[in-house]
Design a protein around this ligand. Sequence first.
Ligand code: HPA
Ligand code: ZN
Length: 337
Amino acid sequence: MTDLDTFITGLPKAELHLHIEGSLEPELMFALAQRNGVALAYDSVEAVRAAYAFSNLQDFLDIYYAGAAVLQTAADFHDLAMAYFDRAAADGVVHAELMFDPQTHTARGIPFSEVIEGLLSAMAEAEARHGLTSCLIMSFLRHLSEADAFATLAEAGPWLHRITAVGLDSSELGHPPEKFAGVFAAARAAGLKLVAHAGEEGPPAYVTGALDTLQVDRIDHGNRALEDTALVERLAASGITLTVCPLSNLKLCVVDTLADHPIDRMLALGLKATINSDDPAYFGGYVADNYRAVAAARGLSRADLARLARNSLTGSFLPPEAIAAHCARLDAFVLAE
Ligand code: HPA
Ligand code: ZN
């Protein structure tokens, strides 16, 4: 039998909750700052890493939006995404659903076309280089207005056929899902899938709002749903996927220690939980690091880990034939262990 590390990286898996801007490693941040003549608030890679001590979501978001200022051209977005894809492929990721935040860039005068063309060219290269497929989730910043989200949806018009879903991220508290009911309805009418961050810091009612008002296909995070028994039963019965991010939860103080992480409780309650990295450059690890960390902290079995990987495949927005093919490979891998 292989060791647990090899087992984890060998599991064919999808990554469903990854902000591409959150994969900006300090080394690349410095290289892009130099390339584009952007001044950084830090004088070394070590100083950047030392600043990554967060006590809540907003602490992180302030640093994350500042870091994104080095991203200016399609080449920058391409290089950012390729660096992520190379690491994801090494972690056994066979399919990745990338969130990107256009408003973080268009608000700085970066054209939407630069952002998306850079990402799309990297996605094609990742498929050619690694056989890793991917798709895009265009996320609206919930601290901005719904009108701003509508303007972003309009701006995405020429590329709508290249975008799989819309999402909702940024500061959760005080910005309930209902604020975006109209733009999510418009995205749904345009044939897009829908996801939303809910229950990371926000109350269970935000998860209910994402389900009832936004009619999402997946919940990003969902941790605080556990506070509401009826909601847990509803989530379990509907089989909706939760994209859980253990190292993110630790760094943003959603849990005090990984030993308190509810990932195995979620599985035991019948929730369709998955493991994801969220913002790996900021939270201390890529997707396999997240599997390893909770496996160690919560004593997950190989069967639990395979269940989590299977949930990621079946919870993806891939067509059913592709999901079936990946699941068959997963089953063969587990059987051979
Ligand atoms: N939560 C909300 N918004 C975000 C996150 C997150 O974890 N990462 C990037 N934007
Ligand atoms: Zn997130």
